[in-house]
Design a protein around this ligand. Structure first.
Ligand code: SAM
Length: 289
């Protein structure tokens, strides 16, 4: 995975649209805290017991990797990402970061990531880069030991309010969806993960859906743990989608002026409103014995 021969292949698969920067690292770390807040302190849901090796796929800043390291101090934790993980003076020896492409986890030259070696595989928010979901999930099945767990946490693309989906008619939303499809991304991965896991042979597959509110309405309805994420998403989601739109619709024949119009449409549609939200899905399942 980390050989020079794979670099061109890897680059072509790097569809993730946000380049690593201090601002992006800050956004990911804050998002990590807020996801943990709405999950009432949890980071993962799988019943992981006495793990020896854990893999965090597309680990970003390593926020989950470090969490796993401190939760399971006697385990070895591996985080894989194409981007460089920001250095930290507090990195425990049990945490190893591997620079590589998550499309190539199997057949990797990496001695740590081998079939039947893992006690837990975790991934979160790969929606903007993963192009091979069913085969990725089969690979995770191969990497796991029997009776061990895979957990996938992903965001649904549509926006909802209390009456149902509200985003289908938004122009930027339609363009983004078409661009994503043309690039091999699957924006419905959050809702399809459970079926893909069952098809790959996982059992006891469970899902839990969390709300990502746009604004503070969940808190006003008595769910205080959603206040901070609601405030965060109100500014961060429009900023994120505005940044991603040009790459996502590239190659689809839009003029620069039209792309700017789509970016303005992001801002116009993503104002905070009562009930406006996305769904965030946690899916986990066990490789049978
Ligand atoms: C939205 S971030 C999520 C990071 C982390 N999982 C989290 O939840 O904070 C997606 C991550 O996937 C990584 N990524 C995108 N394409 C990748 C690929 N082909 N192989 C490995 N990592 C990739 C990006 O570099 C980025 O760090």
């Amino acid at each position: 995975m980390s050989s020079a021969d794979n670099k061109a292949k890897r680059a072509s698969k790097n569809l993730y649209q946000i380049s690593p920067s201090a601002t992006e690292y800050q956004r990911l770390n804050r998002q990590h805290e807020l996801i943990q807040e709405i999950m009432m302190g949890k980071v993962f849901h799988s019943p992981v017991k006495d793990p020896i090796r854990i893999l965090d796929v597309g680990c970003g800043t390593g926020a989950v990797t470090y969490h796993l390291g401190s939760t399971f101090p006697s385990a070895q934790i591996y985080g894989v990402d194409l981007a460089t993980i920001p250095p930290t003076p507090k990195k425990p020896d049990s945490v190893t970061f591997i620079h590589g492409d998550y499309h190539d986890l199997l057949g990797s030259e990496d001695p740590y990531i081998t079939p039947g070696s893992m006690d837990f595989v975790f991934s979160r928010l790969l929606i903007s880069g993963m192009t091979t979901w069913p085969s990725y999930i089969r690979t995770c099945h191969t990497l796991l030991k029997p009776n061990r767990w895979l957990e996938i946490q992903e965001l649904e693309f549509p926006y909802y309010d209390d009456s149902g989906v509200i985003s289908n008619d938004w122009e930027w939303f339609q363009a983004y969806q078409a661009g994503a499809e043309a690039k091999g991304l699957d924006l419905s991965c959050a809702v399809r993960a459970a079926d893909w896991m069952r098809e790959a042979g996982f059992v006891d597959v469970q899902t839990k859906k969390y709300c990502w509110p746009h604004g503070e309405w969940m808190a006003e309805r008595g769910h205080e743990e959603y206040r901070n994420i609601g405030i965060f998403l109100t500014t961060e989601q429009p900023r994120l989608y505005q940044a991603i739109v040009p790459n996502m619709v590239s190659g689809m024949g839009y003029s620069d002026e039209k792309v700017k119009e789509l970016q303005r449409d992001v801002l116009e549609t993503l104002n905070p409103e009562e009930g406006k939200h996305k769904n965030y899905w946690v899916t986990f399942g066990k490789k049978p014995s």
